[in-house]
Design a protein around this ligand. Structure first.
Ligand SMILES: Nc1ncnc2c1ncn2[C@@H]1O[C@H](COP(=O)(O)OP(=O)(O)O)[C@@H](O)[C@H]1O
Ligand SMILES: [Mg+2]
Length: 311
């Protein structure tokens, strides 16, 4: 397809890539959904052979509206069914731009009640036959479903757009620490960067960069600019449009492509080192006392799937 030619695969991105990316920030409006959906599209455009699936853990139907090829009905299998079946095999749908997605459940709060064990989603993804990338878009909270996303993820992308989202990122990092998750699993991404906006003598993005460096948080180098064109892609209540296909004259287009390359290189470098053993104690609770999903201890669970995933 002509539009894909704009994003030439770079020589660094060849080879098999698998992985789970979560996008998480407690702050709303920092660009999580824009980043998740568009990153999925750019990853797919860079590597046309790479299956990419987006899973939304939010109440909003943005992902459905963006990717669904036909009108979704209440009877369509959605994330709730996948959660119950401990696999997304029967709920993944092929959508626009060649991206797969899982239709959102009617009510995320019901799902949240079945997400007390933070390893549930990880188990579900391990049981899903998917030889590619998952992108998990989370709600603007640090609660059960979001923690499930952190545990399922090889990388947690943490958008930071301003000082308050930087402080929220701080909460996320300290929760990771309390949950004994490696802080290195997370990567800050500067979003909505407005180089004209100043913090004293320095542009705000420089100030934020400096603060991130001072706190020692891992980050991706690519910064995503604020763009009125990108903002307009989501307005109007219709189908949200992709940056790749509808904002190609903007700086964000080049930045998204660069970020997607950075993420691919990163996942590739992780290789077999992806998802080490999770800790036994999470947020003060011993995991063996948390109700395990049924199939985790069954014949298809645990080690067999770990090795399948690594192979
Ligand atoms: N690079 C950008 N430039 C301008 N507006 C953006 C950009 N990225 C996202 N937005 C807009 O910011 C708002 C919040 O984005 P969204 O992705 O929904 O954030 P979140 O999922 O974190 O709540 C949306 O209106 C979106 O269109
Ligand atoms: Mg969102």
């Amino acid at each position: 397809m002509g539009t894909f030619l704009a994003v030439r695969p770079s020589p660094h991105t060849e080879g098999q890539v698998r992985g789970v990316l979560a996008v998480s920030s407690n702050k709303g409006g920092v660009g999580k959904t824009t980043l998740s959906t568009n990153l999925a599209i750019y990853l797919r455009a860079l590597r046309e052979d790479l299956p990419v699936a987006v899973v939304g853990l939010d109440d909003q139907k943005v992902i459905d509206r963006m990717f669904a090829l036909r009108e979704l009905h209440p009877g369509d299998a959605n994330l709730k069914h996948g959660w119950a079946q401990r696999s997304l095999d029967s709920v993944l749908q092929l959508g626009e731009y060649g991206i797969h997605f899982v239709p959102s459940p009617p009510d995320v709060s019901l799902l949240k009640m079945r997400a007390e064990n933070p390893l549930t989603l990880r188990t579900i993804l391990e049981h899903t036959r998917w030889d590619g990338i998952f992108v998990l878009d989370t709600k603007s909270d640090l609660e059960a479903l979001t923690r499930n996303a952190w545990h399922a993820a090889d990388r947690i992308l943490v958008p930071v757009a301003d000082r308050s989202s930087l402080e929220e990122a701080g909460k996320l990092f300290s929760l990771l620490e309390r949950g004994r998750l490696p802080l290195d699993r997370a990567r800050v991404v500067l979003t909505l960067a407005d180089r004209r906006s100043r913090a004293g003598a320095l542009p705000l993005v420089h100030e934020l960069s400096e603060e991130i460096r001072r706190r020692g948080w891992p980050r991706y180098d690519t910064e995503l600019s604020r763009s009125p064109r990108v903002e307009s892609l989501n307005s109007g209540g219709g189908r949200p449009l992709s940056i790749l296909h509808h904002a190609r004259g903007t700086a964000v287009h080049g930045e998204m492509r660069e970020l997607a390359r950075e993420v691919l290189r990163d996942l590739q470098a992780l290789g077999d080192g992806r998802l080490g053993r999770e800790p036994d104690v999470l947020w003060g609770r011993r995991l063996d006392r948390v109700d395990r999903p049924q199939r985790l201890t069954g014949a298809v669970g645990g080690k067999a799937h770990e090795s399948r995933r690594r192979s």
